[in-house]
Design a protein around this ligand. Structure first.
Ligand code: ZN
Ligand code: ZN
Length: 633
């Protein structure tokens, strides 16, 4: 039906269509906007000049969304107060069409979707409005009045005489994305996903000048209208404001005359730890430092400041490094609207299955700016900041009148940043404990418990083996009686007995018929051959009255490691002079299982992990003592 080649009715140049479904295209030679009318192409307008190109995508770029390959065939460019964005029209292999949006290097893929319900009119759509479509909760995160700036290539509809268009962007608690497009009535709905640059596997990209090496596409030859100092824009096309390093005027980076937006007086000249213009490789990607700002809170009238470094990778987008008292975080904005929830009694936020606990909430004021920003930088601007923590991650929410931005920070040792940007010297040691600083002792405690448990299992196993194989031979047993009133010499020796086998322990047990009385036994195990003896004393006492008992009638003692040989026992019982006589049995066994040593060993084993656990717990206590939610724990 549709022909794939034609000639431009304006200049005669050949027009080759990449997609047979195109309703509109542009001539690459004369830049006429051409619309299909029956079998003919009609010129309806002319493409104007495009601003400084910063999108790495161009017509002809190829990529993949999931396992579906696509090609970029068309483009609509919009501008709004804080910059511009491209809607790239993409055609998939199966002929379906979708949109790849590049808004300040944040990418989404979306598809026109049938309206699940009548959408509210343009003047009623507002931030925070919720919709539930197919069981998924969407929330309006921004409403933007955009200015249509131009088109190129093939589009699925006529689109060339637009002016201002209102868009409502929708986010979910995961990375789903939606847009309500009020360019026509009823509005159009597009649904899709936020995507990472790397996941799109793009080929045939525009060669950006700063792709590699040190030749940034700088725009120079500019002068500050405030003080006349020369200025260079290193992120032209992205930058919305730029700060004059001389006089601290904040200038409109998109205005060729660099109109002064604000002048700010600074009591001191702050020197960023990473100099502006530094280039470095962090987590595998190249970045250039283009902006620096200081933000200050004054909770309880004590000013407290942190620094934010703005990094740009011209393909993958903007990242931030934040620094507070030597603690660094590598931060990326999150294309989602996390659910606010509770974890126990604490407020929390849930993002893609992970729950982050509220750690801090404060009002932050921008107090110092340097370099370039893809937004209107303004000293004195205030925003609410909430920090939620989970492990080494910090999920932050920044709330201004215009928007709510979520970002995710990953705790990064200063040394890693010093290495990435090849900074001289060493990163200053951090002071205090930071919200998402990894607890240094938790891993240690965990591994200590693991080791202790392994050793303990081994000890128990050895104890069982000992118990099973202990021979427990009785080498002597004899009953005696003792009467303290006899007044005679109580001391005697037993007949000799043989302790056989290998050196082993020897247990001497005493069983008495004592009742409400005590007895003391002086004992000595003596080697008949050498005369060498093991001396020891045992007290046995047993009292009972009205069901309560104290002590016991029996006792035993273990002599460790006795050499084999012939032995006898010297016994000398003692009792109170007026006590009743007692009958007692002495039994001697060799090689008996003994749990005492094993228990002692197990106890010693458990000391290090218990100590490490205590240290980890006290680190957590100190972490939360710095939170302004510590009282609510
Ligand atoms: Zn032409
Ligand atoms: Zn100046």
């Amino acid at each position: 039906m549709s022909q794939l080649a034609a000639n431009c009715p304006n200049c005669g140049a050949p027009i080759a269509f990449r997609w047979s479904g195109a309703v509109q295209t542009t001539c690459e030679y004369c830049r006429a906007i051409l619309v299909r009318r029956d079998v003919n192409l009609e010129k309806v307008g002319q493409v104007g000049d495009f601003p400084h190109e910063v999108s790495p995508i161009q017509i002809g770029t190829e990529g993949a969304y999931g396992n579906k390959a696509f090609q970029v065939v068309g483009r609509i460019l919009y501008e709004y107060e804080d910059g511009g964005w491209n809607e790239w029209h993409v055609i998939f292999q199966d002929g379906t069409s979708g949109w790849l949006s590049d808004a300040q290097l944040e990418y989404t893929i979306s598809f026109q979707s049938p309206l699940p319900e009548a959408l509210p009119p343009e003047n009623e759509i507002a931030r925070a409005r919720r919709f539930v479509w197919n069981g998924i909760a969407y929330q309006v995160t921004s409403v933007t009045r955009a200015h249509y700036r131009g088109v190129a290539g093939e589009l699925p509809f006529e689109y060339w005489d637009k002016r201002d268009v209102v868009f409502a962007d929708l986010r979910t608690a995961d990375a789903r994305f939606g847009t309500i497009d009020y360019s026509q009535e009823p509005p159009l709905l597009f649904l899709g996903m936020a995507v990472e640059f790397d996941d799109l596997h793009l080929k045939n990209l525009r060669q950006l000048e700063a792709a590699a090496g040190s030749s940034a596409p700088k725009v120079s030859g500019l002068n500050c209208p405030g003080c006349g100092a020369p200025l260079t824009l290193s992120a032209a096309g992205h930058s919305v404001s730029v700060v004059c390093p001389q006089c601290h005027s904040i200038l409109d980076a998109r205005d060729p005359n660099l109109q002064v937006l604000q002048k700010f007086e600074s009591k001191q000249l702050l020197q960023p730890a990473i100099p502006l213009g530094s280039r470095g490789k962090l987590r595998g990607d190249d970045y250039e430092l283009i902006g620096f700002q200081v933000r200050t809170t004054d909770a309880e009238d004590i000013p407290d400041s942190w620094a934010e470094y703005l990094l740009l990778n011209r393909y993958k987008g903007f990242r931030y490094l934040t620094e507070y008292n030597g603690h660094w975080n590598f931060v990326k904005t999150v294309p989602a609207n996390p659910d606010r929830t509770k974890l126990g009694k604490k407020s929390a936020a849930k993002l893609v299955g992970r729950t982050y606990v509220l750690y801090d909430s404060e009002l932050a004021t921008t107090t110092y700016v340097l370099g370039e920003f893809p937004w209107r930088a303004h000293v004195g601007d205030k925003s609410g900041v909430e920090d939620y923590i989970a492990g080494s991650q910090m999920l932050s929410c920044e709330i201004t009148e215009a928007e709510t931005i979520w970002s995710l920070g990953d705790y990064t040792p200063g040394a890693e940043i010093w290495k990435a940007f090849q900074l001289p010297g060493h990163a200053p040691a951090p002071s205090g404990i930071f919200g998402n600083q990894p607890a240094p002792f938790v891993g240690e405690a965990r591994s200590m418990w693991r080791t202790a448990m392994n050793l303990l299992s081994a000890i128990i196993l050895i104890a069982i083996v000992f118990y099973v194989f202990a021979s427990q031979q009785t080498v002597f047993q004899q009953q005696y009686s003792y009467s303290p009133r006899a007044g005679a010499e109580a001391s005697f020796v037993t007949p000799p007995f043989e302790v056989k086998g290998h050196p082993s322990n020897v247990e001497i047990s005493i069983r008495t018929d004592l009742r409400n009385n005590w007895a003391y036994f002086n004992l000595a195990l003596i080697n008949e051959a050498t005369g060498q003896g093991y001396d020891f004393g045992r007290e046995v006492s047993y009292y009972t009255s009205g069901g309560e008992t104290e002590g016991g009638r029996n006792d035993r003692a273990i002599v460790p490691s006795v050499e084999p040989g012939n032995y006898y026992l010297r016994v000398e019982p003692e009792m109170a002079a007026n006590a009743q006589s007692m009958v007692y049995t002495l039994e001697i066994k060799r090689s008996v299982p003994s749990s005492g040593l094993f228990l002692l060993g197990a106890g010693i084993l458990l000391i290090p992990p218990i100590f490490a656990t205590w240290r980890a717990a006290s680190f957590e206590q100190r972490r939360w003592s710095q939170s302004n939610f510590s009282g609510r724990a």
